[in-house]
Design a protein around this ligand. Structure first.
Ligand code: PMP
Length: 281
């Protein structure tokens, strides 16, 4: 298994990072996960632009152009013969003696690796359960930062409750999942939280928006509440690894009769069409 470190493809066993890397000590860095279907990255350009934007928001300078980065990632996918899975990449602020203030003249640490991951076929077909949880995270959730403790605590609570995902909320307003965006369907309209500082603007969320607009499915970016979720016709998650996954039960209350709804199923198909268009079958 090969990985990228410092711009080179090396054997995983030979990739090392210093114990004073700021990613390790502070979570001082940004990351992306891109799905690979049929040996090809899906929405690579969008992910790499978001990576660049996340890095800029915390003043990390990525020393590659998105197209250059894309070529390096393609090289790794080929080298590892990855057909279906994910490619993970992160940039940290680099290695430097521990100090909260940013170091000067330190190069970011870049690592990337691939992993074989199957599509979540059964949860996409049957739907998953979720709980509600207080969104205790910071106010810059738009940055895809390595600081994921709030997200981890939320996910762990869901797992302990025998559920797949935690639907986070600030007051009554639903923000997003622990590692996914949340949308509801009410009277045929797809509603999801506006892309502001309180959520990560998911690439899958943006794809859902695009296919809704192309197929005349009403799509609104506006706040909705816990009550709206409980009374929604349909609820679904979107994300790189979960794609479009129906939520069929929240806090033990069944949504859309406990089975995936029609709009959700339609969106799964439309997203699949996009995947086939970009990556083939
Ligand atoms: N919100 C959070 C907090 C996430 O971690 C993710 C998954 N990376 C998403 C939303 C979905 O984003 P995307 O569709 O780009 O994977």
């Amino acid at each position: 298994e090969y990985v990228i470190i410092g711009g080179e493809i090396v054997d995983r066993g030979h990739a090392t990072v210093d114990i004073e890397d700021r990613g390790y000590q502070f979570g001082d860095g940004v990351y992306e996960v891109i799905r690979v279907y049929n040996g090809k990255m899906f929405t690579a350009r969008e992910h790499l632009i978001r990576l660049q934007e996340s890095a800029e928001k915390i003043s990390i300078q990525i020393p590659y152009q998105p197209t250059e980065l894309e070529e390096m990632l393609k090289g790794l996918i080929d080298k590892n013969n990855l057909s279906n899975g994910i490619i993970y990449m992160q940039f940290t602020r680099g290695e430097s003696p521990r100090n909260h203030a940013f170091p000067h003249n330190v190069a970011p640490t870049f690592v990337a690796y691939t992993r074989k991951v199957d599509r979540p076929v059964s949860s996409m077909q049957e739907g998953v359960k979720a709980i509600f949880i207080d969104d205790i995270r910071w106010l810059r959730c738009d940055i895809k930062s390595l600081n994921l403790l709030g997200n981890l605590l939320a996910k762990q609570k869901a797992v302990e409750a025998g559920c797949f995902e935690a639907i986070q909320h600030r007051g009554d307003i639903v923000t997003e999942g622990s590692s996914s965006n949340v949308a509801i369907v009410k009277n045929g309209t797809v509603i999801t939280h506006p892309a502001n500082n309180l959520i990560l603007n998911g690439i899958t969320r943006q794809k859902v928006k695009q296919v809704c607009e192309q197929n005349k499915i009403p799509f609104e970016e506006k706040e909705f509440t816990i009550e709206d979720v409980l009374h929604a016709d349909e609820v679904f998650l979107s994300g790189t690894t979960v794609e479009v996954t129906p939520i069929v039960e929240v806090e033990e209350k069944k949504i859309s009769g406990g089975t995936p709804g029609q709009v959700t199923k339609k969106l799964q198909q439309l997203i699949m069409d996009e995947i086939v268009k970009e990556c083939g079958t």
